[in-house]
Write a protein of this length. Structure first.
Length: 696
């Protein structure tokens, strides 16, 4: 299970054979009961029609520039252009996205985007991160190219033949991940290391479709093809597949190998690359205590761990009941004390937002705080742990709310709020009053946590000198400090790669965080007085959430115990380290790296022609029927990671799934750009009024 959610195999069920009318949105936004009444605007660009609503204006304009940049790059790589403008429908939050009436049926929390082949349009929500937005947008746009080249889908196309060739999931999703992320990223490397170590590499390329790692394995396969045979072969394979209606024949005629030969070659390459690394890295069980076991619990994950201030208890979210529930357990031996909350059973807790959120204990250990979806919005909940009773529900009135964290006096909550497609830091009293925005900008602010002395708030952000919204250049997430008294923000020095999930030591002098600066996500501690950074773990797989950017560590401020989530056996378990400060041996010294490795997020650091983000997504091809009974083929992309068991091909007919990831092998070779382009298209060329706006 490589990503956040189990992948569903692509099976197309054609519910109608009537011709598809030219793509129109004449019923769009009008015929389905919704929590909100959206007033749509349309931004027209050379190749797209961007649909958005009030409050999204700034983010929608930036998304339009991203779309044009991705289109310019992909059209060169794939040597194909669209004859009509592509509709892109943007939602300010995932909750708004789930209300769409463009498609029928339920959209899960893990769905990060949808491509509708027959009408050649994209739907996706904002998550607050521009890097993630570009990744998902580019991934979905690859599906548009695939649909056009394989099926002739799109405006003006006739009905897709129900007996026509259907490309396998590894082909569709692997290619989309590769062209949106570039060379194998850190997250996909992590999955390949675990699969090689634990022995769950698929026995053949077609068998990838029945694997929970189909997105990661598919991406790695196309990266291997690009590296060995040249990036131009990827586009050639897609075009030949469309002409020949046979994937194997397309591979054979392009690279001279059938799928069995390529599978043997690729599998040998993976094993030779990753198995020798085992001796240089640690299994988490070798230096920490395992507190949960996905195999015994028959779960896919134990996520969002939060340790109590004294370090003897923890809460976390797990799907061991087939639903996502909150559990209370011992942080000493992992013994489950009780199930505190059953999620996804009632309207009050439709979703616990476990992909991207963290939980928090009050300083007196009496309460925990967590977010949940209720109706059209997210709310913050405060629960009395001993009584297992909700004592406060705070409706903040924003598009989304994530990662609440108690202030040291227990009177306030700091959290991430989503509004208009942007993520910012907010603070609110625990009684629900005095909501205040601490930041208000386009930077991706996440994972806030209050220092024990109350003077600072640590968080992760892409702000800094490298991020430039005019050129759509984005930094990795880095650790920053917000001064509570002055409002000043300081990005901590000497950060390499990503820096996420900050946690304070009890004396407020040190911060633990996750960094992938070595090519693997591990735990580091920075001493704020000396400004020295120390690596305290060196695990083979990675310290990670089910998404590469999700929070995954928690440090007890009074008990000096740290817990973390790591990938193991294709799932996510929780481990504990006693006295992590003792592991601060020698300051970390980074070797020679390029400026891109130091600062840039995957969209620009991986290749001159690759735009994307470092999390994972999942794609689903879903036939739907609209009011005119025309055949609609949909691809849903989940910004999740393969999570669980082998996809069930019977319970969800008509669905297929996909996901995303981050950087290069541990001993990474210099990256070669995808395709013939030498540089990314300049986004500033659209600053002169090229885009036009109208009310829909």
């Amino acid at each position: 299970m490589i990503r956040l959610i189990p992948y569903v195999l692509t099976v197309l069920c054609f519910l109608s054979m009537q011709p598809v009318v030219s793509a129109q949105l004449d019923y769009f936004g009008q015929n389905k009961v919704q929590y909100r009444d959206f007033k749509w605007e349309v931004l027209t660009t050379p190749h797209f029609e961007i649909y958005y609503y009030q409050g999204e204006e700034e983010t929608a304009y930036d998304a339009a520039r991203m779309a044009e940049r991705s289109y310019t790059r992909l059209s060169r790589i794939l040597r194909h252009r669209f004859s009509n403008k592509i509709p892109v429908i943007l939602y300010a939050s995932h909750t708004d996205f789930q209300q769409t009436n463009v498609l029928g049926g339920f959209i899960s929390e893990g769905t990060g985007g949808v491509t509708e082949f027959n009408k050649s349009r994209l739907l996706l929500p904002f998550t607050g991160s521009y890097a993630e937005l570009e990744h998902v947008l580019t991934h979905e746009l690859v599906h548009e190219f695939q649909g056009d080249l394989l099926y002739g889908a799109g405006p003006g196309a006739s009905v897709i033949n129900p007996l026509a060739f259907i490309a396998p999931l590894w082909f569709m999703e692997g290619m989309a991940e590769y062209l949106s992320l570039g060379r194998i990223d850190e997250y996909t490397h992590m999955w390949l290391r675990d699969a090689a170590l634990q022995g769950y590499l698929p026995p053949s390329i077609p068998a990838m479709d029945y694997s929970f790692g189909v997105y990661r394995f598919g991406q790695a396969l196309f990266a291997y093809i690009g590296e060995k045979y040249g990036d131009a072969k990827v586009g050639e394979i897609l075009r030949k597949t469309g002409r020949l209606r046979n994937v194997e024949e397309a591979f054979r005629s392009t690279i001279g190998k059938d799928l069995q030969q390529l599978s043997e070659e690729w599998t040998e390459h993976v094993r030779k690359t990753y198995l020798p690394q085992i001796k240089d890295y640690d299994k988490p069980q070798s230096f920490s205590r395992q507190l949960t076991d996905i195999r015994k619990a028959r779960a896919s994950f134990h996520l969002a761990p939060a340790i109590s201030p004294r370090g003897d208890k923890m809460v976390y979210i797990s799907n061991q009941s087939l639903y996502n529930d909150i559990y209370l357990a011992s942080a000493i031996d992992g013994r489950v004390i009780s199930k505190l909350l059953e999620g996804e059973r009632t309207a009050d807790f439709e979703s616990l937002r476990f992909y991207t959120t963290s939980l928090s204990w009050s300083p007196d250990e009496r309460f925990i705080a967590f977010p949940a979806k209720i109706g059209a919005r997210d709310a913050l909940y405060i629960m009395d742990v001993r009584k297992r009773k909700i004592v406060r529900r705070i409706k903040v009135g924003l598009d989304g709310a994530l990662s609440p964290n108690f202030s040291p006096d227990g009177k306030k909550l700091i959290f991430v709020g989503l509004q208009g497609g942007q993520s910012d830091l907010y603070v609110v009293d625990v009684n629900g009053k005095n909501l205040t925005a601490l930041t208000k900008d386009r930077y991706a602010d996440r994972d806030p946590v209050w220092s024990p002395d109350g003077t600072k708030i640590a968080f992760s952000t892409d702000r800094g000198e490298v991020t430039d919204f005019r050129t759509l250049t984005f930094s990795h997430q880095h650790i920053a400090l917000y001064d509570v008294a002055t409002g000043d923000i300081e990005v901590l020095p000497d950060q390499y790669g990503k820096g996420i999930s900050p946690q304070w030591s009890g004396d407020s002098k040190k911060i633990a965080f996750i960094s992938d600066r070595t090519g693997i996500s591990n735990i580091f501690i920075i001493d704020l007085e000396s400004e020295e950074t120390y690596q305290i773990t060196n695990i083979l797989t990675g310290v990670t959430n089910v998404t590469a950017a999700g929070p995954a560590i928690s440090w007890a401020t009074k008990g000096n115990r740290l817990i973390f989530t790591a990938l193991s056996w294709g799932g996510f378990d929780i481990f504990a380290i006693n006295d992590p400060i003792r592991l601060m041996d020698k300051p970390y010294v980074h070797g020679p790296v390029s400026p891109a490795q130091l600062q840039l997020s995957p969209p620009l650091s991986t290749a001159p022609v690759v735009d994307s983000f470092s999390d994972s997504i999942s794609m689903i091809l879903t036939p739907q029927v609209d009011s005119t009974q025309t055949t609609v083929i949909v691809q849903e992309d989940e910004d999740t990671q393969d999570m669980g068991a082998t996809p069930d091909t019977t319970s969800l007919p008509g669905l297929s799934v996909l996901d995303l990831g981050p950087a290069a092998p541990v001993a990474a070779a210099p990256f070669r750009g995808i395709g013939p382009a030498g540089e990314l298209p300049d986004t500033t060329v659209w600053d002169d009024g090229t885009f036009t706006k109208k009310t829909y």
